[in-house]
Design a protein around this ligand. Structure first.
Ligand code: PMP
Ligand code: GLN
Length: 396
């Protein structure tokens, strides 16, 4: 077996697997460990896929994606960014995960470095590792609202740096990068001739603040690789439909990779994606409102608990809770919370050192479950206050 594919990204999900097994066995466990929308895919999208299948759309598709779908994506991207993008600058992939993996393969190689602010999404380390390149992390500190400081990025640039990867809105913190930070990072990319990978899968789940795609900043279109998908925006995680938008040299390279890696995405799913991206779907507004309500409800319940502090997410479907006052490591706290209080949350260390001392709660469950979870979390904190010996066993 190769050593490039490895790392402990998968370990983070052990809490989820344990909780899911208990829930399946009939136990009352609240699972806030995963960001998989609990909404159904809008019916008209499902109907389109079924119609397409019944009509015989079961053959190989264009390797880089159906041309009509790529045009639709190009048009939407142009509208959102002010750029003038055409379908040749779009490659359809099986979800943003696949797109991230493929983009990394196209621009990184053994010996090169990519700068990624952390806390970061759990799969980044492994997808970079698979290229033989190295992740250089810079911290986004909780004290600073989990924002990245451009000077930290600048200090991390070396002669091996090839790229910077940004994820705004962020999984896990829900923080969005403001324009001045993006402008400063864009300047660094141009000064040091770097690629910018922009993972924007939560761009539509914002609670008011404007999402800014860095590719639209001056001088960035030719060096930005924008990645998005239908997973979160349309509650379509299981459909595996995402895409890359970038300069033609990059998308041609990606096309070569797609030829030996994917050979195209399923045709009937691409038909459904066209429907998703060209329809006015009231379900999407309802989903957004539900996430907002859940965020506000969970935040207000958690704020009443002495001894923890929570970060109000500006976007996305997660909320980070600072549990440092308990003295426990995030792993010990998450295990205690699951084993004795029946709530599954991901330990913050899974996202990088700046996530330590936090747990990540998902908003992808009904409001009643969030209220139940916050009561159990309060009981867990109270238990720790009354039994300091539990703290001694799980020191951070
Ligand atoms: N990037 C981030 C930040 C994510 O949280 C996820 C998982 N939702 C992905 C990429 C992968 O998304 P997809 O389902 O489109 O592969
Ligand atoms: N992106 C989602 C999360 O962070 C789901 C990822 C997964 O199931 N691997 O929870």
């Amino acid at each position: 077996l190769t050593t490039r594919i490895g790392g402990d990204a998968a370990n983070a999900w052990q809490i989820l697997y344990r909780a899911a097994a208990r829930q399946k066995a009939g136990e009352d466990v609240v699972i806030l460990a995963v960001g998989d929308p609990d909404f159904d895919t809008p019916q008209s999208i499902v109907d389109t896929a079924v119609t397409s299948l019944l009509a015989g759309d079961t053959h190989y598709a264009d390797v880089v994606g159906d041309v009509e779908l790529r045009s639709i994506i190009a048009e939407r991207h142009s509208k959102a960014t002010g750029l003038n993008v055409d379908q040749d600058q779009v490659v359809v992939m099986n979800g943003a995960q696949c797109a991230l993996y493929a983009a990394a393969q196209c621009i990184l190689e053994p010996g090169s470095e990519i700068i990624i602010p952390e806390p970061m999404y759990t799969t980044y380390a492994a997808l970079v590792g698979a290229t033989g390149a190295k992740v250089v992390n810079v911290p986004m500190r909780p004290e600073n609202g989990f924002q990245v400081l451009p000077e930290d990025i600048e200090a991390a640039i070396s002669d091996k740096t090839r790229a910077i990867l940004l994820n705004s809105p962020s999984n896990p913190t829900g923080a969005m990068l403001p324009r001045d930070t993006l402008v400063a990072i864009a300047r660094l990319c141009q000064q040091h001739d770097l690629w910018l990978i922009s993972d924007e899968v939560y761009s539509t789940v914002s609670y008011g603040k404007e999402h800014i795609s860095p590719c639209g900043l001056p001088g960035m279109a030719e060096r930005t690789i924008t990645i998005n998908s239908l997973s979160k925006s349309h509650a379509m995680t299981g459909w595996r439909l995402g895409w890359v938008v970038g300069p033609t040299a990059l998308t041609e390279h990606l096309g070569n990779l797609a030829l030996c890696m994917l050979f195209g995405s399923p045709t009937f799913i691409q038909e459904a994606a066209k429907k998703a991206l060209t329809s006015e779907l009231p379900e999407l507004d309802a989903m957004k409102q539900a996430y907002r309500l859940r965020r506000d409800t969970l935040y207000s319940h958690l704020q009443k608990i002495d001894g923890i502090h929570c970060h109000l997410p500006e976007a996305g479907m997660f909320l980070m809770v600072d549990i440092r006052s308990t003295g426990l490591s995030s792993q010990a706290f998450a295990e205690l919370l699951l084993d004795q209080f029946d709530v599954a949350a991901l330990p913050g260390h899974a996202f990088g050192p700046s996530g330590e001392g936090h747990i990540r709660l998902s908003l992808a469950v009904p409001e009643e479950e969030l209220i139940k979870a916050s009561k159990r979390l309060a009981a867990c904190i109270e238990h720790l206050r009354q039994s300091p010996e539990a703290q001694d066993q799980g020191q951070a």
